[in-house]
Design a protein around this ligand. Structure first.
Ligand code: CAA
Length: 248
């Protein structure tokens, strides 16, 4: 699976699943760019760790919920890297709470970071992909966008929205060699899932037929396949990787 000469942008690339995706895309030959938000020092430490693991990753600060930030990033990458061939919209947050207790801030934060970001970032690169006649957009959705989750009206709505976006854009770009797909991970052993109270998390793990949390590498392997030439006939799909917790 050679991705030599391809540029891959992974939003939230320094996070749990993002790091695994960056490593696998780089191992397949892609030049990887990871977005981060917040502490530049932490992002540089991440970059140094990646380098120690043999991965030469670029980092770029970008608040994906801001169209202006994404436009600035897009202008830079389009001018300096010749565009982005593989875009993985992976950045996401949770602000869980039952609907009755959920504030407008909790709703807005999750919708803007998880869903508006998909518009903001994809908008910068789709023209370039279509002009080149090759591109991959992979949206990291969630099992909870497929089945809903108690305490996650905001997150479930945003994640379901991501797949609606994938299906619509897939139809618009198919003839130009650009595929758009969603991946819906189940509960993966990352900081985000470990932040769920232990008792609640144990109840969730008990509902996973495979009997454990997923591994970031298991999501990264699927993303890397979707990014490859071999996946050219897969578009508008939502591929679940959830240990059997939800089947549809
Ligand atoms: N179904 C039905 N009832 C449930 C329930 C469920 N799944 N979970 C809790 N309840 C009930 C409780 O039994 C309790 O009932 P009583 O009041 O009768 O005792 C009540 O709901 C608790 O309601 P509260 O409003 O008091 O809720 P809380 O403040 O205790 O916490 C919560 C609610 C924050 C949602 C907490 O349950 C929680 O963290 N749940 C996990 C949410 C989750 O799965 N998040 C995933 C994060 S990781 C991720 O999102 C990645 C990914 O893509 C998978």
């Amino acid at each position: 699976m050679s991705m030599q000469g391809k540029v891959a942008l992974v939003t939230g690339g320094t996070g749990g699943i993002g790091t695994a995706i960056c490593k696998k895309l780089a191992a397949a030959g892609a030049k990887v760019v990871a977005t981060y938000i917040g502490d530049e020092g932490q992002a540089k430490d991440w970059q140094a760790k990646m380098a120690a693991d043999g991965v030469d990753a670029m980092i770029v600060a970008c608040d994906v919920s801001s169209f202006d930030d994404c436009k600035a990033m897009g202008d830079t990458l389009n001018a300096e890297m010749g565009g982005v061939d593989i875009l993985v919209n992976n950045a996401g947050i949770t602000k869980d709470g039952t609907f009755r207790k959920m504030s407008a801030d909790q709703w807005n934060a999750v919708l803007t970071v998880n869903l508006d970001s998909v518009f903001n970032v994809t908008k910068q690169f789709v023209d370039g992909m279509m002009t080149k006649g090759w591109g991959r957009v992979i949206n990291i959705s969630s099992i909870n966008g497929q089945k809903g989750q108690f305490g996650q009206t905001n997150y479930s709505a945003a994640k379901a929205g991501m797949h609606g976006f994938s299906m619509a854009l897939a139809q618009e770009t198919a003839k130009k060699g650009v595929t758009v797909n969603s991946v819906s991970p189940g509960y993966i052993g990352t900081e985000m899932v470990m932040a769920v109270p232990e008792e609640v998390r144990n109840q969730i793990v008990a509902q996973i037929p495979v009997g454990r949390l997923g591994k970031p590498d298991e999501i990264a392997a699927l993303v890397t396949f979707l990014a490859s030439d071999d996946a050219a006939f897969i578009t508008g799909a939502n591929i679940a990787a959830n240990g059997g917790q939800h089947m549809c």
